[in-house]
Ligand binder design. Structure first.
Ligand SMILES: [Fe+2]
Length: 202
């Protein structure tokens, strides 16, 4: 079994600007804020498993912390809805990557530029079935492919209004396998599962 590397000690890499953006998310919806936190932690874990540098992992971590920023301009009820979304509501949901990107660009802060590939492309799928641009495979920035997996893991392992059960890590990973190559980057998922080998991720 592959041993997990020592966790990165990420205690405060975020800038003042990043903290302001995180506050915007927190004030919009506490659950969204904590979701971003957990996706950032999952992204660090994946980055370590696949052997990225500390510098690269920190960039992905920061981007993941604000990946759902665009939601703050949309009604929270759409994201909390238990029943299926209408076409109009789906249209709104699909706007959040672009809205988040526009908000970041409006701040004119070059230090935030590295977050944009994740904010804009974290809902793209490997087979082109994602949004907002239906990119395929390597057209999707690698960092966004990592955060997409981290996002899915948290979505499955956290309570959701539209689902009664919370997945265990094993069940969540099995689910990832089902969507390898269609939704998720097959190689990244393969490396995470190879590392996992039945041990808890936290
Ligand atoms: Fe999102």
């Amino acid at each position: 079994m592959t041993k997990r590397k020592k966790s990165l000690n990420i205690t405060g890499p975020v800038s003042e600007q990043m903290k302001c953006i995180q506050n915007l998310i927190y004030n919009y919806d506490v659950d969204t804020y904590y979701h971003c936190q957990k996706v950032a932690q999952n992204s660090v874990m994946i980055g370590q498993i696949i052997g990225l540098s500390r510098k690269r992992i920190l960039l992905i971590y920061n981007a993941a912390l604000i990946h759902d920023l665009g939601k703050i301009k949309l009604p929270i009820e759409v994201f909390r809805k238990k029943e299926g979304l209408t076409d109009e509501e789906w249209g709104l949901v699909k706007q959040h990557p672009q809205i988040g990107t526009d908000l970041i660009n409006s701040l004119n802060d070059s230090s935030l530029e590295t977050t944009i590939p994740v904010v804009l492309y974290h809902h793209e799928h490997m087979d082109g079935s994602g949004y907002p641009f239906a990119l395929q495979g390597e057209q999707i920035p690698f960092d966004a492919r990592i955060v997409a997996i981290a996002d899915a893991l948290d979505a499955m392992m956290s309570p959701r209004p539209f689902r009664d059960d919370i997945y265990s890590i094993g069940r969540a990973l099995l689910k990832l396998i089902n969507y390898c190559g269609t939704q998720f980057d097959e190689e990244i998922v393969h490396q995470v599962i190879t590392w996992y080998k039945g041990k808890p991720l936290y």
